[in-house]
Design a protein around this ligand. Sequence first.
Ligand code: F1P
Length: 342
Amino acid sequence: MDYTYQEILQQPGTWKKTLQYLREKENYFSQFLAESYDNVIFTGCGSSYNLSLAASHFWQAIKQVPAKGVPASETFLFPGGVFLPQNRYLLFGISRSGETTETVKALQHFQDKFKGITVGVSCEENSSLLKAANYEMLLSFAREESVVMTQSFSTMLLALLSLAFPSSNSIDSLSSLPEILEKHLPSGEKTIKDLASNLSFDKFIFLGNGPYHGIAWEGSLKLKEMSVTSTETFHFLEFRHGPKSVVDEKTLIIALTSQRAFSWEKEVIMEMIDLGATILHLGKTSLNSPQAVEIIFPEETLDDFSLPILYLPFLQLLGYYRARNKGLNPDSPRHLTKVVKI
Ligand code: F1P
C-alpha cells in the first residue's frame, strides 16, 4: 500500500506520542496559557483552516473565552472582521508545513498591527511559521509524505484539544483515544471500503454540528482532494433550509452525530432517508435503520470533545478508498501540491 494509507493507519501510535508530548511540554505551554487574553484566534489554510474551526469550538467551550477559527487570508485582507485594536489576543497559526504563505503572513501581520501572543503549530522543525511565532508546538512525529493531510491533522487537533483542558485531567480523559481507535479500525475500515466500492453515488453531503462541523468540512475536503468528487458540508438543521432539494437515491449523506444534539440530528437523518438518501453514520448511538451504514463508538469515556477526533481516520479512509475505486492515486491528488506558496 502507499504512504497515504500507511499514514492513516498509523494514527493510534501517533496519538500516543502526542499525549506523551503534551505531558512533557506542560511547563513550557503553561508560560503562555497563564497569561490573560480577551480573545483566541485559530488560523490556517485548507485542512488547517478546517482544524481551526474545530479547535476554536473546543477552546471556547472548555476555556470559556471567545475563540474563533478563520482562514489565514482573512486575518490580513479583512482584519477588521477578525481583530479589535484594543483587545489582547492569543493567536494560533496552524500549518503542517509551516511554510504556507498566507499562514506565515497572518502571524507576521498580526504581530505588526495587533496586541498579543502567537503560537506556531506545525510538524516541521525550523519552519518559517515556527521561527515567526513567540511559542511553538512542534509535532514532528506526525510528519507525513502524503500531499493531503491525514495524521498531521488529527495530531495537531488532539494536541490543541489537550492543551485546552486544565492540565493533568485533560490527558486522562483523552488517554483512551489511541486504544479505542486501534480497536475500531479493522471493522471500521471494512465498512468504509465496502461503501466506497459503490460508485453509483453522485452527491456527497457532510453534516456536523458544533465541534463536529470542522470535522465535517475536513472529511468533505479529503473526499474531494483524493477522489476528485464534488462535496457539500452543512450543519444538520441548516440542510433542511433549501439544500435538501438535491437529495435522491444517488445521495450519500455522511452524518457525524454528537451526544448533545443526537435527537435533533437523528430527525434530520430520518427525513433524508425518506427522500431516498443512503447514510454513512458515525456516532455513539445506532440509528437502527437499514438505510444507514454505521460505525458506532459506544465507549463510555467518549464525549463531544473526543468523538470528533475519533471520526477522522474513517473519513480519511472514505476519500482514500473512493479514489482507489475510481482508479486514482491518493498519493498524487490532481492539481494539488503539499504546500501552497504564492
Ligand atoms: C495547508 C494545505 C493543505 C492542503 C494541501 C496544501 O497546508 O492547504 O490543507 O490539503 O496539502 O496545503 P499547511 O499550511 O497545513 O502546511
